[in-house]
Design a protein around this ligand. Structure first.
Ligand code: ARG
Length: 572
């Protein structure tokens, strides 16, 4: 693909003095206001070196640039050189590029040979998989898709919360009040009720806590009876989580959760001791972090049992040794910022230079319209219920609207789940947001259904033009491209051109919302183009070029939706 910023820099370069092509390229801007050119070159930074006023430099540069293939027109306004592209040439280039790459358009091999671990979702066993978990699950999966699209080798890890003292409590509670059948019928709700009962009872009888601690210690030591119950809870929970992952179309390469590291703790403690990092404190062991402005990290408790943070340290070392990652990404709520700062610092203090490659990618809170959630008080909204409800509600809407589909249930699923996912990725991840059905299922705003609908509209044009056969023989030549130079076609082509850069930007910032924004803009441009231009015209060259543009826009929407973990229905 022609790099337009680069081309323009090279055209400007000879009219300047004392700057490299790269420096000039860095100064080329893309103004938001179309009247100021497709690209603009501000001359302020040139003044000192060229010993001239910025306005005079801009005037000189503008005079020296002759229109050609790439540039149609140059204007000088104050200290700016405003550059207008040759629209036909641009259209032919951009659409030609999409046609040469087809469904691979936007992919790159930037990440070739580099392995990136993406850790996300990580719910806790025997606890509800609730609406709060949607954030890590969906943002993480989208980040995985983006990295995969950029050619990185990816490993998706679900670091399940399947260990810790709470399992001691759960086992105790089950032994006292539990019933096998209930757990089998409704594992998570039943186990949760035991957990809640345990907390109520232990207020009256504090010895229950001691009993639970003893059970967990036995579990850590591998006592078969405890392990068997724990394994059963884990399996039952995973069945429930699996249903949600299936609805979302999510898979993992590894479910190595916290328990996976239980036999790797000893070695960590040895290294920490060797490095002189471990300090005894009231029977427990800690790592002092006051030099780094952080509270101490508790590594082992009085009874010798390990903690969440100890397992994260072991997990990072294991991942480095096992996967030799280029980057190790953690999509975890911002409430855990301190936890991540602490253990990544500890890894660094242990002498691991790769600590810098462990990246915590935080996100804000999701709350409900009627207040926050509380697991212990039973005020939770199960993710599975949210997804099921989204599909049901969507079905009602599409039946009412009389949507064009061959399979209502399938479309309702694609659109309903897509709407929830899209809503999740619409804003920058760090922002808190309130989950609202009115917003999620609004088909008219800047929503998932809107983008999917725009895609289906383009699919319908392609069908009318002859379907798969027409798609095979798509082509664009200069004559055809010369027919589509109107504003809406040009704006659409610009968004198609910028799609790969938007994906790269999203990868660099770990921010799927950049892709979301880009495809919403593209969908809007599609609808303006569709409003302004008639695609299936008689003139062969014009029709062919317009169809190629339609195909290109459709490809961008489809690939963009894919990066957001959404389906792109052909009919809607
Ligand atoms: N299970 C934890 C929770 O629900 C999240 C785990 C995050 N990942 C990690 N490596 N600490 O809060």
């Amino acid at each position: 693909m022609v790099d337009y910023r680069q081309e323009i820099a090279e055209i400007i370069l000879p009219a300047t003095a004392g700057f490299s092509a790269d420096e000039i390229k860095g100064m080329v801007e893309a103004p938001a206001d179309r009247n100021m050119g497709d690209y603009a070159f501000p001359c302020f930074k040139l003044a000192k070196t060229m010993r001239k006023a910025p306005n005079a430099i801009a005037k000189e540069i503008a005079e020296k640039i002759a229109p050609g293939d790439i540039i149609a027109k140059v204007e000088n306004v104050n200290a700016y050189v405003n550059i207008f592209l040759n629209r036909g040439h641009f259209m032919k280039n951009v659409v030609g590029e999409v046609l040469s790459q087809r469904e691979r358009y936007g992919r790159s091999d930037m990440g070739k040979g580099k392995r990136v671990i993406v850790e996300y979702s990580a719910p806790n066993i025997a606890k509800p998989f609730h609406i709060g978990h949607i954030r890590s699950t969906v943002i993480g999966h989208s980040i995985y898709k983006i990295y995969d699209f950029m050619g990185y080798e990816t490993v998706r890890i679900n670091h399940l919360g399947d260990y810790g003292t709470q399992f001691g409590k759960m086992i105790c509670a089950y032994r006292r009040w539990g019933n096998r059948e209930d757990v089998e019928n409704e594992p998570i709700k039943t186990l949760l009720s035991y957990y809640i009962k345990f907390h109520e009872e232990s207020e009256q009888d504090p010895t229950l806590e001691d009993e639970a601690r003893a059970v967990f210690t036995r579990l850590e030591q591998g006592d078969p009876e405890e392990v068997e119950l724990w394994q059963w809870f884990r399996d039952e929970s995973l069945k429930e989580f699996g249903r949600v992952y299936k609805m979302l179309g999510i898979e993992f390469d590894s479910y190595a959760g916290e328990s996976f590291y239980s036999d790797k703790m000893g070695r960590m403690l040895d290294i920490l001791k060797d490095k002189g990092l471990l300090v005894a404190s009231e029977g427990a062991q800690i790592v002092e972090l006051s030099d780094y402005g952080m509270p101490p990290a508790l590594i082992t408790k009085q009874d010798g049992s390990t903690l969440y943070i100890t397992r994260d340290i072991a997990a990072a070392v294991y991942r480095k040794e096992h996967y030799d990652f280029y980057k190790n990404l953690y999509i975890v709520a911002s409430q855990q910022n301190l936890h991540f700062q602490q253990w990544i610092k500890i890894i660094e203090l242990m002498g691991y230079g790769w600590a810098k490659d462990c990246v915590h990618i935080p996100f804000g809170l999701v709350s409900l319209e009627d207040g926050t959630m509380s697991t212990r008080q039973g005020r939770v909204v199960f993710l599975e219920e949210v997804l099921t409800k989204a599909v049901e509600k969507t079905k009602e809407i599409i039946v009412e609207k009389g949507v064009n589909t061959d399979n209502i249930d399938e479309t309702a699923k694609q659109v309903g789940i897509g709407a929830v996912v899209f809503n999740e990725l619409a804003n920058s991840r760090i922002k808190d947001y309130v989950f609202s059905w009115g917003k999620v299922l609004n088909f008219d705003g800047e929503t998932g259904p809107y983008v999917q609908y725009s895609h289906a509209r383009l699919a319908s044009v392609m069908r009318n033009a002859g379907g798969a056969e027409a798609e095979q023989s798509l082509a664009i030549d200069s004559a055809g491209a010369g027919h589509i130079t109107g504003d809406s076609a040009f704006e659409l082509a610009k968004l198609i051109y910028k799609f790969p850069a938007a994906v790269a930007d999203a990868a660099e910032k770990y921010e799927p919302s950049i892709v979301t924004r880009h495809i919403v803009d593209t969908a809007q441009a599609v609808n303006r183009f569709y409003h302004d231009e008639h695609v299936l015209v008689d003139d062969e060259a014009e029709r062919s070029a317009k169809l190629a543009l339609v195909y290109s826009a459709k490809t961008v929407l489809k690939n963009g939706l894919g990066l957001l973990c959404m389906d792109a229905p052909e009919k809607m």
